[in-house]
Structure formats: C-alpha cells, structure tokens
Design a protein around this ligand. Structure first.
Ligand code: SF4
Ligand code: SF4
Ligand code: FES
Length: 236
C-alpha cells in the first residue's frame, strides 16, 4: 500500500491521508485518479492528455514540482511508500491540487510571447534553414508545454510576483530568434524592463526541473546579451 497525503483546501487547508494499492508502472497521476474515482470524488486536480503533451497535470510531489502523468511512483517513493501531493507553489490554489494558471499565461502576453507577423504576409511559406544559429536557438526552447513547473521552482517568482518568470522569457527568446517575426523592438523593451530578464538570479532551478529538458536559464542569458547589444546600438 502507498500512504498518500493529499492537500485539501485552498491557501488554507490540511493534508488528508489515503491508502492506495501500489501497482506496477503506476504513475502519480494514476494514484490521484484512483483516489478521486474510488475514495473521494470531491478531490480536485487537473489533467488532459496523460502523455506529457498538455502541461496541465503538474503538482508538487514529495516536495518537488513534477509532471504527474510521466512520473512513475517508483521514481519518487522511498522504502516507506509515502507520497505527499501538494499544489504547485507560486500559483493561487483553486482547490486541492488544481491551481489558477491565468497569471502565468498573462506574463507570456506581457513578455510579447506571441508571434508578430508584421504588416503583410510574405509570398508562400518562409524557408528557414535548420542549420542557422538563430533557428537552432529557437528550436532549443520551442517544445515548452506550459506546465508551470519552472515557474513553481523559481525563487525569484516567489520574491517578486511581477517577475515574468522562466517560461514566458523562454518563449520570448524563441521569438527573438524567429527570423519571420516582426515584433522584437516591443518584445525586447518588455523583457528588458525591471520585471524581466535582468531579475533572474541564475539559480538554475527552472532548467533543473523542466520535464521537457529545456533550459530557460540559457534563454534568459540570451535575452540579457540581446538587451546589452541593443543598448550598445548593435541591433536594429
Ligand atoms: S535561473 Fe532565473 S528564471 Fe530560472 S529558476 Fe533561477 S532565477 Fe528563476
Ligand atoms: S519551460 Fe519547461 S518547465 Fe517551464 S513551462 Fe515550459 S515545459 Fe514547463
Ligand atoms: S496530463 Fe498532459 S502533460 Fe500530464
């Protein structure tokens, strides 16, 4: 049996204990789903794809933020078979294990983390060679699934709630390197502001915990370099 403690409530609440049979190849999301289906239908949590694509299932598991659909129980429990499940830190808790993501995605918008096509569409498809440094820098960060794990793991987000955070800045860096995009003047102004890339203290938590193996820390370093280059007049 697994001894599972699950956070119940919002900011105020308590842990509730459940016993859940341990099974082969069981994921953390399987455990939560079994509790909700078999023991307490009022337990709130979120998931969609179950295959590491949608980014909606992240929780704190034994003290560390993780994607629960791709985290096997065997990876995280010790000999005591104990699991402690909590909502992600740095987010407002909606209920139990489900958090409010609006502020997180508002920061993507604030970092101009969306493609800006410019005044008119080009003829046909843009051809961007996969071997160029810019394309490779963009590709390195493009597989973000918006799970919020990096954001939950970032101490600067905890200290400075206005900090744009690693995911939004990583997205901004992919667009800075997208040669088709026409919005870099506004984007660089947004990410160079006090709540932007300069606030990163290079703790590396985001890069250590990202389940997709991305490196927001390096993306943010790229934004810092770009900010300096622009300040020195080396960019348009
Ligand atoms: S490297 Fe920067 S963005 Fe990443 S966790 Fe540390 S302070 Fe936050
Ligand atoms: S950068 Fe990684 S940890 Fe952060 S939201 Fe994207 S996939 Fe999740
Ligand atoms: S349920 Fe979609 S990433 Fe886990």
């Amino acid at each position: 049996m697994l001894k599972v403690e699950v956070w119940r409530g919002t900011r105020q609440g308590r842990f509730q204990s459940f016993d859940v049979p341990r099974r082969e190849h069981q994921t953390i999301l399987d455990v939560v789903t079994e509790i909700q289906r078999e023991q307490d239908a009022t337990l709130a949590y979120r998931f969609a794809c179950r295959v590491g694509m949608c980014g909606s299932c992240a929780m704190t598991v034994n003290g560390r933020p993780r994607w629960t659909c791709r985290t096997r129980v065997a990876e995280v429990v010790g000999r005591d078979n104990r699991l402690r499940l909590e909502p992600l830190p740095n987010f407002t808790v909606v209920k139990d294990l489900a958090v409010e993501m609006t502020g997180f995605f508002d920061k993507w918008r604030d970092a101009k983390g969306y493609f800006e096509p410019g005044g008119h569409a080009g003829e046909g498809f843009a051809v961007v060679s996969p071997t160029t440094p810019q394309r490779q820098a963009a590709d390195a960060g493009i597989e973000c699934i918006g799970c919020g794990i990096c954001y939950a793991a970032c101490d600067v987000v905890a200290w400075e709630p206005d900090y744009l955070g690693p995911a939004a800045l990583n997205r901004a860096w992919t667009l800075v390197n997208d040669v088709r995009d026409a919005g870099n003047a506004e984007r660089m102004a947004a990410v160079a502001a006090a709540s932007g890339c300069q606030a990163c203290h290079v703790h590396m938590n985001c890069t250590e915990f990202c389940p997709k193996g991305l490196a927001p820390t390096y993306a943010i370093a790229g934004l810092k370099r770009e900010t300096i280059a622009r300040a020195l007049g080396r960019r348009n």
